[in-house]
Design a protein around this ligand. Sequence first.
Ligand SMILES: [Zn+2]
Ligand SMILES: [Zn+2]
Ligand SMILES: [Zn+2]
Length: 320
Amino acid sequence: VIIAAKRAGRPNEFQGPETRRADQSCPFCAGQEHRTPPPTAVYHSGMAGGSSGLWQVRVVPNLFPALQEPGPFAPQHHGPYQWSRGVGVHEVLIESPRHVAHMSQQSDEEIDLTFRAYRDRIQAAGQVAGVAHALVFKNAGPAAGASLEHAHSHLTATPMVPALVREEMDGVRRHDRQYGRCVFCDMIQQEQRDLIRVLERTAHFIAFCPFASRFAGETWILPLQHACHFQQTSDECLPELGRLVRRSVQRLENALGRPAYNYVIHTAPFDIECKDHYHWHIEILPRIAKAGGFEWGTGYFINSVPPEEAALALRTVTPS
Ligand SMILES: [Zn+2]
Ligand SMILES: [Zn+2]
Ligand SMILES: [Zn+2]
């Protein structure tokens, strides 16, 4: 648990669950740069090294960080408890200078630079003392935890490997011991045989609704070639990936009427010892049904839409 009392002061544009307060100006729009901390990275138009014109993507430290202290990570003991300062990184990636709320409104260039920023900032987080793992995630819509609607994502870097990632790594190790292969590579093979859960395949990536989907319309995107670290994705493949993610989100928007959703980039810990035991992937998690007592109490999920049905519906709505 991260206890971050300072985050209580952060602005919230959303009054109720769905409506945005109309009377506010947005701190992420071009012209409002003074309202966020100095950037850690800025990406400009026409950028393949160039730096002229208006910024397209801007990365800033979170003004209300959940984690922000430099390492080393040194847990203290207090009776049965362990605690530490909030070692880590918390950045916000602002994905357009224009006030746009939906990925479908972002230009190709904004998407390309956003995914380049994801990669660069994960690499930079790996250089911070005491950091073991970095997560990039997007919260879209108040029901998905967003407090501002302007298109943005977060990067958090933590001194411990998150429990969910550790659980996935354990699964990969178990499957490898039993069958001598990567379970994610095996899933890709199986999905290409079954086809009924596949949304789309590009030259280097595949998007499908996972066999054990926790949420209706849950979509996973994986590189076809085994790779443990997202941040090693090449310049050539990043635009292909970014646009596949945008198309996959558009499918959800078209089929489900712009639902709130999260996506997360699951990549291996920085420690290269872990590299054989992971296959990076992106999980897109529509937030239509709310988790209830069963989910909180068991860690299991009840999903009323089978992934085969979801995939059929998502395939038939053509992303615009
Ligand atoms: Zn804005
Ligand atoms: Zn693999
Ligand atoms: Zn995962």
